[in-house]
Design a protein around this ligand. Structure first.
Ligand code: AR6
Length: 175
């Protein structure tokens, strides 16, 4: 089991699945969602239309089409409203449910962006704690075969925050 923290563009990764930080329509948007749809091509949107949307915290899987990744797991993060409206538990569910789907497809390498910390405004320091602790917990307690989870941060500051959080939480990670 391993957690990797890297800086980069998630759409370029040749992994079993990349996770998309989508909105409840699951029909595309800006940020990482827009980048994933552009790189995957129009067939991704066609398949997404058949999913019937998703609630915050849920996750649904599609093919990756023109992406190097075979699968895309679409999850809807919480919109940050100050932190007292259930945002932490919803964010935790995004990671848990995405990893449960990955496990049910027996996927070995899964890459996550930093869900909710762009347009949805979740503070990266707090979001990184939930991301890393939930991934570590899942790998230790729920994975029954070797899984590699990669946290992909688009910019240097977010990357540095993740590394700092991993150190504070005492989480074993690779870079
Ligand atoms: N690779 C990796 N990370 C990226 C990439 C990329 N190519 N592009 C952006 N990020 P956001 P949210 C990072 O806004 O906050 C969409 O319109 C970005 O720096 O993509 O969950 C959806 O349709 C940030 O750290 O997602 C929803 O309406 C992280 O991805 C809404 O935005 C998440 O930022 C969801 O907002």
């Amino acid at each position: 089991m391993s957690i990797k923290i890297i800086q980069g563009d998630i759409t370029k990764l040749s992994v079993d699945a990349i996770v998309n930080a989508a909105n409840p329509s699951l029909l595309g948007g800006g940020g990482v969602d827009g980048a994933i749809h552009r790189a995957a091509g129009p067939k991704l949107l066609e398949e997404c239309k058949s999913l019937g949307g998703a609630n915050p915290g849920q996750a649904k899987i599609t093919h990756g089409y023109d992406l190097p990744a075979r699968w895309v797991i679409h999850t809807v993060g919480p919109l940050w409203r100050g932190g007292k409206e259930g945002e932490p538990i919803i964010l935790k569910r995004c990671y848990e449910n995405s990893l449960c789907i990955a496990r049910s497809y027996e996927l070995r390498s899964i890459a996550f962006p930093s869900i909710s910390t762009g347009a949805y405004g979740y503070p990266i320091e707090e979001a990184s704690e939930i991301a890393l602790s939930t991934i570590e917990w899942f790998l230790e307690n729920c994975a029954y075969y070797e899984m590699e989870v990669i946290c992909v941060l688009h910019n240097k500051r977010d990357y540095e925050v993740y590394i700092q959080t991993a150190k504070i939480l005492g989480i074993d990670y690779e870079v």
